[in-house]
Design a protein around this ligand. Structure first.
Ligand code: BGC
Ligand code: BGC
Length: 438
């Protein structure tokens, strides 16, 4: 591993390439007592929802320790920090003051703030099944932009509406814990509409440099059999294209528009409001085959028998502690595939998340994962894909949703008893990589 890096140095990325790390409010902030509750507070309070029974009431306590986090960012030498604003905190007295202080601290440290406006922590009174939530979101966005717009470098409307729909509303393993299966589709439409309205609200507030963070990964058919190929095609449509086609080309994939609520044609014009860049969160490809007539357990999820596909194991690949396969070249495949599909409709791309969960502070596996993926990213750049930045998920070990504190994605170790932060080997490795890139 070390040897390979010595004999094969990391290629140079184009000048101005943006290097960063990502987090989200609910996963790191804590200080739940000084904000309104979100659907995640309600969900985690229900027995059996979170594997280790934990909550994010304290998490990394970044609300109180943000100066330590900013110092870690400065020490790492990243250009940018992607964090999210908690909508219920913004709705609470003094909530925006916190983000104001954080943004000032980042600017003072020479780190550019990249703000996600929604990363799953919906105020409890709201519901994505309701169309009105989209306009409420646009109002929230205006409030945030008004206050922080003079210092924020980039805006991200939504984080992974696909996962929030699938995990939160179709399979019920994330908040708000609904198991609606295909009846969850309006949740996707309302989030996409919220995205478009947010773009308009940001532009109206004079804020520029706007994108979205969508999760994507190549879908590989389990075999060449028509039933496997068809199942994979459908999965790809549901988890990838359903979220990229409307934003980039103003259309739903075939058969989907009819299932969506409201005046879909008019809404698609809002959803396709031009953006400045397109954010992709990438973790792993998915192998998909025909249904097998039984409930399938996979990657910590259980997929009901009535789904028209099954997710299968990707063999002969190392897996992370989460069981996700490590397939760096699938990132090149994903990006060249995107450029081929969307051509001149694809704005510059940013990788807004990429990372892995492993135990330990001497995290050589994480170094190998990141090294492989950054090289794969460079191959996409060489192939002509206009990629402008890369953000590691995550700065700190944090509250990993339904997995609680059991999954560690950080470049920095968090001791959840003492809240002490300890940079891992991967932190030093990335710091050196960034120095060599300059
Ligand atoms: C994650 C995706 C990931 C996939 C890997 C899902 O649970 O949310 O980001 O690509 O697992 O199998
Ligand atoms: C989400 C993060 C999450 C990460 C690892 C992404 O799906 O945006 O919030 O922690 O993947 O699961």
């Amino acid at each position: 591993m070390i040897r390979r890096m010595v004999t094969n140095p990391m290629p140079q990325f184009p000048a101005g390439f943006l290097w960063g790390v990502s987090t989200s409010a609910h996963q790191i902030e804590g200080a739940a007592d000084v904000r309104e509750p979100s659907v995640w507070d309600v969900f985690t309070a229900e027995p059996g929802r979170v594997k280790d029974g934990s909550t994010a009431a304290v998490a990394c306590d970044s609300y109180h320790r943000y100066h330590e986090d900013v110092a870690l960012l400065a020490g790492l030498g990243v250009d940018a920090y992607r964090f999210s604003v908690s909508w219920p905190r913004v709705d609470s007295p003094g909530g925006l003051d916190f983000y104001d202080r954080l943004v000032d601290a980042l600017c003072a440290a020479g780190v550019r703030p990249v703000v996600t406006l929604f990363h799953w922590d919906l105020p409890v009174a709201l519901d994505w099944l309701e169309r009105d939530t989209a306009s409420r979101f646009a109002d929230h966005v205006s409030v945030v932009a008004e206050r922080l717009g003079d210092r924020v470098a980039k805006w991200i409307t939504l984080n992974e509406p696909a996962e929030h729909t699938l995990l939160g509303h179709a399979l019920g393993v994330h908040a708000p814990g609904r198991r609606l299966m295909f009846d969850a589709l309006p949740v996707a439409h309302h989030q996409l509409l919220a995205h478009g309205l947010a773009v308009r609200a940001l532009r109206a507030a004079g804020a520029g440099d706007i994108g979205i963070a969508n999760s994507h990964g190549p879908t590989w058919a389990a075999s060449e059999k028509p039933e496997d190929r068809e199942a994979a095609e459908f999965y790809d449509l549901l988890l990838n294209r359903l979220f990229s086609d409307p934003v980039l080309i103003g259309r739903y994939p075939e058969g989907i528009g009819e299932l969506m609520p409201g005046d879909v044609e008019a809404d698609l014009k809002v959803i396709a409001e031009p953006i400045d860049w397109y954010g992709i969160n990438y973790y792993a490809p998915t192998r998909v085959g025909a249904p097998q007539g039984a409930e399938i357990e996979f990657g910590g999820l259980s997929f009901p028998a009535e789904l028209p596909f099954t997710v299968r194991e990707i063999e002969d690949r190392p897996v992370t502690d989460f069981g996700w396969p490590v397939v760096p070249e699938a990132l090149t495949e994903l990006l060249t595939g995107f450029a081929g599909r969307y051509c001149d409709r694809l704005p510059p791309v940013l990788i807004t998340e990429n990372g892995c969960s492993y135990e330990g502070v001497d995290d050589q596996e994480r170094i190998a994962y990141l090294d492989g993926h950054i090289r794969a990213l460079h191959r996409a750049v060489e192939a002509g894909v206009d990629v402008r930045g890369y953000f590691v998920w995550s700065l700190l070990d944090n509250f990993e949703w339904a997995e609680g504190y059991a999954r560690r994605f950080g470049l920095v170790h968090t001791d959840f008893e003492t809240l002490e932060r300890t940079p891992k080997a991967s932190y030093t490795w990335l710091r050196d990589l960034l120095r060599a890139q300059r």
